[in-house]
Design a protein around this ligand. Structure first.
Ligand SMILES: [Zn+2]
Length: 614
């Protein structure tokens, strides 16, 4: 009995191995420190050609801190530093054993695949990539290109990862700027290398029967001649997911603007404001909360507080502060008397309104946003009680005597006793709160700072907990300005690269892996067979088929697309019928022999038929 079962299993295995369908392969190209606006300014014919058949996301995000080790770790593992643990180039705290790179996960799933990793910055291989068949460390981008061409020409790779480094070097020398010719030159040289690698790919003898996805991305951007900080220029990344079947699509951020007439509350140096009833703002050890405000600053120095309930002399003291920081930056800090947590934000351009928001998920992350875009986040469960017995104060710390004063304007300060989700936050950041806001009942206070006169900031929430001003506000009435919010909520994060690579290679992603990114391509649906009942009302002939078959779509209406899956539910290819409402001939000459599922989609309904390639 056992012997029969074993034979059955073996024959089943053989059947499966014959039904793998076309040959999925992956070329993943990383360019260190490449800003999209510079890439667009440079002449990059190879990358342009890839984009003509790609989902190109020009406004992706990575996280603060924007070091290479952090960025490459997020790109390759599909998780943030909160899991992979790497926040500096020393790789201290790395947890790749629990959160390995996508190449190692592909190897673990299907060890017979041939995997290669060719890098110029060797820590990618020596630290991040755990398990790869062939690891190549070279000392120049030219050598990266030559190795990649050799592997594609002489060998049989299934996954080839290459990482260039010279664009980052050029940024550090010439500036990470679309106006720095030395930086643009480096991007153009890299594009030339990519062109040669793609030629080697297309010239592979078996290319017609291979199915290559090409991914291109970067680990971080840069500003002036560096990176590591939290500015949008440093956090911005791009992703290109290129495949011959994809018609070029480009996704970019949405800019939400609102223009209004308002009374501007300009705080004179030394002026501060504090709500009359402090009791709603004692958040203790566990209460989640979110704070948001618009601020307009002039040139400042050191770290005056925008809003705080702590003694800001020490970062570990109990309480929180959103403050300015030297260099025209801002930051958020929270402490419990022992531990502290800090996230550095981006630029507060002089004379321009900026929206700052921080949500505090007490058993999760503290997340900082600037103008709608996530700046950074950090796990905060170790932070205990934050009540120091000091009041909540606007434009000072909780002592009201912090030595550094700030002179600037505030607008629409909001405090919530909940974590406001990113898409809600961006949708409401520059429009007035109404009862339609999904967290309306969590709004503890909303000081619009548009009163126009007097020494109170009226609370427009249901609580009417007004702020008393100490000092003087310079009311500038009937001002007009534009309030700009960047909506990145639907755009990729750097972690999506790994998820898309795993998805393409049909590695079933387990929920216990706890990955953070998402797959941008059609999923390999392992449970496909169970999801759709197989239809008998669509006729295929002949079946079994040779290099092609004819399908009768006349009972199904206007077919938008047809997708072919293999026996295991793995997505193989997308096709358009040549006649989408009648008899249509389908070419399957590129498929291996075996059982396939053909899914036809008319935009409303889906029908599935089995087809056998003999
Ligand atoms: Zn880098």
């Amino acid at each position: 009995m056992i012997r029969i079962l074993l034979i059955t299993l073996i024959s089943f295995y053989w059947q499966c191995s014959f039904t793998q369908g076309s040959d999925r392969k992956l070329l993943f190209i990383g360019m260190d420190g490449c800003r999209w606006d510079a890439l667009e300014t440079a002449a990059t014919p190879a990358l342009d050609e890839l984009q003509s058949h790609a989902i190109t996301n020009i406004d992706g995000l990575t996280e603060y801190p924007t070091w290479s080790a952090t960025g490459w770790s997020g790109m390759l593992t599909g998780v943030w530093h909160t899991k992979h643990g790497v926040t500096e180039n020393s790789f201290t705290g790395a947890n790749y054993a629990k959160y390995p790179d996508f190449i190692s996960r592909i190897e673990a799933y299907q060890s017979d695949l041939n995997t290669y990793s060719v890098v110029h910055w060797s820590p990618i291989n020596t630290n991040i990539v755990q398990s790869v068949d062939t690891e190549v460390n070279v000392s120049s981008d030219l050598a990266v290109k030559e190795e990649a061409v050799r592997i594609l020409t002489d060998l049989d790779p299934d996954v080839l990862f290459v990482a260039f480094d010279d664009v980052d070097h050029a940024g550090h020398v010439h500036g990470f700027l679309p106006t720095a010719s030395g930086y643009l030159d480096a991007i153009e040289i890299t594009d030339g290398y990519i062109s040669e690698i793609l030629s080697a790919l297309h010239n592979r003898p078996g290319y017609a029967h291979e199915d290559w996805l090409v991914i291109v991305s970067t680990d971080h951007g840069g500003i002036s001649a560096g990176h590591g900080g939290g500015t949008l220029e440093e956090r911005s990344i791009f992703t290109i997911f290129s495949h011959p079947d994809i018609n070029g699509i480009r996704n970019s951020r949405t800019i939400r603007t609102s223009t209004g007439i308002f009374n501007e509350a300009q705080f004179q140096p030394g002026t501060f404001a504090s709500p009359i009833d402090q009791s709603p703002f004692l958040f203790g050890e566990n209460q989640d909360f979110t704070r948001e405000l618009w601020v307009k600053a002039w040139v400042y120095s050191e770290d005056p507080a925008f809003i705080s309930n702590k003694d800001w002399d020490r970062g570990y003291y109990k309480g929180f502060v959103i403050s300015a920081q030297s260099g025209q930056y801002w930051k958020v800090n929270i402490g419990d008397g022992t531990d502290r947590l800090d996230i550095q934000g981006g630029f507060i351009e002089p004379g321009k309104w900026h929206h700052l928001a921080v949500s505090f998920d007490r058993d999760g992350w503290m997340t900082a946003y600037e103008d709608g875009a996530v700046v950074g986040f950090a796990p905060m469960e170790k932070i205990g009680t934050i009540d120091a017995g000091l009041p909540l104060v606007i434009n000072q710390d909780g002592t009201t005597t912090y030595a550094i004063d700030f002179d600037g304007s505030y607008k629409d300060i909001r405090i919530w006793n909940a974590v406001i989700a990113e898409n809600t936050l961006v949708r409401w950041a520059n429009v007035p709160i109404t009862p339609d806001h999904p967290n309306y009942h969590n709004l503890l206070a909303n000081w619009k700072c548009s009163d126009g006169t007097g020494n109170q900031l009226k609370d427009s929430s249901v609580h009417a907990n007004h702020c008393q001003v100490t000092g003087s506000v310079n009311w500038k009435t009937n001002q007009s300005d534009t309030f700009r919010i960047f909506d990145y909520s639907e755009l990729p994060r750097i972690t999506d690269n790994a998820l898309t690579a795993l998805g393409w290679m049909c590695v079933p992603v387990q929920s216990v892996w706890d990955l953070d990114g998402k797959n941008w391509l059609e999923a390999c649906d392992q449970t496909f067979v169970n999801h759709y009942s197989v239809s008998s009302s669509m006729t295929i002939f002949p079946n079994p088929a040779g290099d092609d078959f004819t399908i009768d779509l006349s009972d199904f209406g206007d077919v938008k697309q047809m997708l072919i899956y293999d026996f295991t539910g793995r997505f193989i290819k997308r096709m358009m019928p040549d006649n989408n409402s009648g008899l249509s001939k389908i070419d399957i000459s590129d498929l291996h022999k075996g059982l396939y599922l053909l899914k036809a989609d008319n935009g409303e309904n889906v029908k599935v038929v089995k087809v056998v390639k003999k």
